[in-house]
Design a protein around this ligand. Sequence first.
Ligand code: PEP
Ligand code: MN
Length: 376
Amino acid sequence: MIVVMRGDVAPGSPAIAEVVREASRFPGIVTEVRSIQGAERSLTEVYLLGQTATVPKEPFEALATVERVVRIRQKYRSIGRHEGQAESVGFEYSGLHFGQDSFHVLAGLCAVDSRESTEAMFRALRDAGVTTTRAGAYKPRTSPYDFQGYGKACLPYVFELAGKYGIRLIAMEITHESHVDEIRAALEAAGKPTGVLLQIGTRNAQNFELLKVVGQQQEMPVLFKRGMGITLEESLNACEYIASGGNHKIIFGLRGMKTNLGDPHRNFVDFAMVPVVKRLTRLPVCIDPSHSVGSRVRAPDGLLDVHHVTAQGVIAGANMVLVDFHPAPDRALCDGPQAMLLPELRHFLRDVEIARRAYLDRVAAAREAAAQGVGT
Ligand code: PEP
Ligand code: MN
């Protein structure tokens, strides 16, 4: 059960203590207070956890500081959107806002393969006014003989260069719990010049022990990528493990689903699920067009398929785009064939901007129609 407080109630206030006290009258119920950065406002919610089915709403609804009381469905207790909850769960990190209303492009290297390519990438981002990127240090590869990433050895120069080029956020996949400590230690040694978004890759979507580890630390946010061969429901349940550990700074990532290789994309593009995930959960949703398409194929209209699928996800309301670029894709040690070139960055950003504007126009048109009573 969620007790939603009125807008002006802060987490540490006596009104919260009153709700917690009321909840303590019911045996076995524990409470958790959460600050929600909503699309339109911030608010405080008190989660009542345990067997709440027999806990009545009325004593909480009777409190003057309570706006409403929401019963949680059993499914996706923490990340789910429950009966009529309007606000998405947003959060602030590294000076940036993330929610179902925000929009960021994380363009960068699939894998860090040299100091030089990292510097060229970050310089291109700075020149294009972008402060968010991706840079893989730990790479889960299909073959044990493929490049596995430089691991912690590359972190010092990645973070030093992030500071030099004004990068505020780096999405970085981890494949083992020790990587969290390695990243934290390297960030501290570098003087915390940037933030890190811990990425759980599709291959680890059901690695529950790893999910618990990123859920139990609350410092860094997590980008959870859906499993490529499991149902959406299974992926959402796995994602719930992160939130159940106490970390609510989560972004849900769509990256395509497994089909036969080259059929015709590396993965079957699933960006029609952007609004679905936004409806089922209160999480911001990311799309990864590079790992979906997997190549630089171009449509007859002159646009790369990567551009086309990005636009499809963005026009459907995606909150983040994770996309591969490389200064010299033919020399990249990982996923070169799907990387765009640095001179293509500005055009990509422009194309994304067109799609985002179209999405915002569509939302405005929907609001207008609703105001006129259409579709209600
Ligand atoms: C990646 O983003 O580099 C990656 C390996 O993605 P995924 O887990 O979606 O395959
Ligand atoms: Mn990759």
